[in-house]
Design a protein around this ligand. Sequence first.
Ligand code: DAH
Length: 406
Amino acid sequence: MYAIRLTTNPRLFVFSTLRNYSNNVRIISNSFSTKIPTSHEPLPESHRGRVPTNIWEKTNTNLHTKPNHPLNILRKTIESHIQNTDESCMFNMNTSLSPIVTSEHCFDDLLVPSDHISRNASDTYYIDDNTLLRTHMTAHDPYLLRSGMKAALSTGDVYRRDTVDRTHYPIFHQMDAFKLYQTNSLIKSKTRHQIENDLKNVLVDLAHTLFGQGAKFRWVNTYFPFTTPSFELEILWNNDEWLEVLGCGLLHNEVLEKSGLNSDEVQGWAFGLGLERLAMILFNIPDIRLFWCTDERFVKQFNDNFHLKDMKFKPFSAFPPIEKHLSFWVNGQFHENDFCQTARAVGGDLIEHVEVIDRFQRNGQESLCFNVVFRSLHRSLTHVEVNEIYESLRQQVATNLPVTLR
Ligand code: DAH
């Protein structure tokens, strides 16, 4: 999440009914196209340079709509929960919005500061200077608001250059929702208070649906550029660990205005959650790469007709890991994600974990040593094949990154 944690703030909630925003959406200005992009065309080769092929090839997979896939099962559970919270308000359920967005949609329209790390090329897959693979599903909210939607829940794949381990994968899935309410300048602050209660009630109910009625939760005040106030919901897991489950808040007035709405007349809530993280906790899935595997021993364990509580993944035998070290001097602008990225591009899903295990400075130059753990989810790897991948990783690192191998 792009959050900066501020304080811990557990609360109790008062249930209230609120009238949601009905017809009469007043579009103040609409200089933007309101055509909603759905599935995307393949990009011309010339534009793909900055997105590795193994990432690009997955952009049309849509795990969240694959029958019997755990992410699809979870999405549908959450969709029906959210829709059932208010019969008078129809949520637009979007599952095929194109992952290719502009930086205006992904950042500017959401008030993401111009120097925010999420905009860096070491964190985000840019296709060209102004086009990128979305880093979060919130990227669509201003666009959907502009098109006149009053409530929406959008699910899709999001892309981030990141570390490589069992809980991080460059592609994951998010659900992002918003709901608008009608107000006027006299009662605006009262409405905002009620909207906050409504949001928290909806999400606590959702947490109970997913984690059981007895689940303990707490609210943490936080920061998101596009909501104010902003909160995270945390769940007490196994009685000893607080897990962050989702981010949410009241839509920032400026986001509403930028989306062509009058913030004196319309207010709203929004929330976003990561599906893999939830599914890993709920179904005991130990490695994020499993979501992409087509091995029957994984796939057969999930079914659209099973009850959520009955789906607990039973691990099949673990194959042995093979570890390799790679050390180099850093000569220029280098980010650890660049190394992780190269490792994923060369070794694909055979790479389980990448980590810096040694770092020192000599004569003003930095030396890094990475440990790369190879392990297949399906079979035992041979030393010969791992050595081959390792050699080509060394070559790629030496050619493409500002480093000198040691
Ligand atoms: N887009 C945020 C992220 O990826 C999550 C989020 C937080 C979405 C708050 C929201 C929201 O809609 O209101 O970290």
